[in-house]
Design a protein around this ligand. Structure first.
Ligand code: PMP
Length: 312
């Protein structure tokens, strides 16, 4: 089981997890999934190669802006702006003396009335933290993962809010992930209702073909990933042509390289999809170059994007 950090932030106050971390069985969000959340990482900076050695939160503002956007999509007024939430995230890290951590802000509807009409329930905002390593495993980040296309389809905008990181929308993703792991794979790839490839259960997807980097556009009902945006920027800076375009399963099967991006998964190479080897079946050169640059940036060793780092 995950070891949560002892202190959390709840509705403006730093409190003990053992007290404030408990919720009632009748919180509205638990029953209907109306809530929004984020996953944010803090990294220990390198004290070598010019890094300060201090801990940094990666792209904190962008994550909190997406949290507020998700709440706006749900019609929830959080009551805290990006600055206040940003201070709260840093306060949680400091209160727990964490230098490498995963932060989980969550906005939920608390105890009021349990009917579907949700406006009579109070809004609660919490930020929990825990120390955390690689999501798909160190082996996955270094050696690559195997994926399977899921039979679970990412819902289209007629029945979902794909731009939002909304708790209830993750049911499909959990089903997809569980099936993939049950069948012996590391991760699921999800299609949209038209059959185009969207993303992993918790990551965006990139392919590399003939030196071009491609990723599905936001119109493919993907979550607008912050790591995706980071990798698009880094790849362009490194001289690659990056295309946001619809990708089919055969585009993925015929790619020279495939990789997944996400706050949890960071930059994880994919070496096999649906039993087909991708490229040489090993981590490709473009993926490892971009991965190296990504890790240097988040650890404060490559100082080309100071605007992405918030010092703790
Ligand atoms: N897609 C889904 C469905 C996700 O849950 C995540 C993780 N937040 C991502 C993509 C990647 O987003 P980010 O890079 O902002 O973590």
């Amino acid at each position: 089981m995950l070891e949560y950090a002892q202190k959390l932030w709840k509705n403006g106050i730093i409190s003990d997890f053992s007290e404030a971390g408990k919720v009632s069985l009748v919180v509205h969000s638990l029953h209907y999934g109306v809530g929004a959340f984020e996953g944010i990482r803090a990294y220990q900076g390198g004290s070598y190669q010019g890094g300060s050695g201090r801990s940094h939160v990666f792209r904190l503002r962008e994550h909190l802006e997406r949290l507020l956007a998700s709440c706006h999509l749900l019609g929830i007024d959080v009551g805290y702006d990006v600055d206040a939430l940003s201070e709260a995230c840093v306060a949680v890290l400091r209160a727990n003396a964490l230098s490498e951590a995963y932060l989980r802000p969550l906005v939920l509807l608390g105890v009021g009335s349990l009917g579907l009409y949700s406006k009579n329930n109070p809004t609660e905002a919490v930020i929990v933290a825990w120390p955390w390593g690689a999501y798909l495993g160190d082996r996955g980040v270094r050696g690559g993962v195997r994926c399977k296309t899921s039979t679970w389809v990412r819902p289209d905008p007629t029945g979902a809010l794909p731009r939002g990181k909304i708790t209830g929308q993750y049911v499909t993703n959990v089903l997809a992930k569980n099936d993939a792991v049950r069948d012996g794979y590391d991760e699921a790839l999800m299609l949209d209702t038209r059959g185009y490839v969207c993303e992993g259960s918790g990551e965006n997807l990139f392919i590399v073909r003939s030196g071009r980097v491609m990723t599905p556009p936001l119109s493919a009902t993907i979550l607008p990933g912050i790591t995706r945006d980071t990798l698009i920027t880094l790849a362009r800076e490194d001289g690659f042509v990056v295309e946001e375009r619809l990708l089919t399963r055969d585009d993925v099967y015929l790619a020279d390289e495939v990789f997944l991006t996400g706050t949890a998964a960071e930059v994880t190479p994919v070496i096999e999809v649906d039993g087909r080897r991708i490229g040489a079946g090993t981590v490709g050169e473009t993926t490892s170059d971009l991965q190296r640059r990504f890790f240097a940036i988040v650890r404060g060793q490559d100082e080309s994007h100071p605007e992405w780092l918030t010092e703790v």
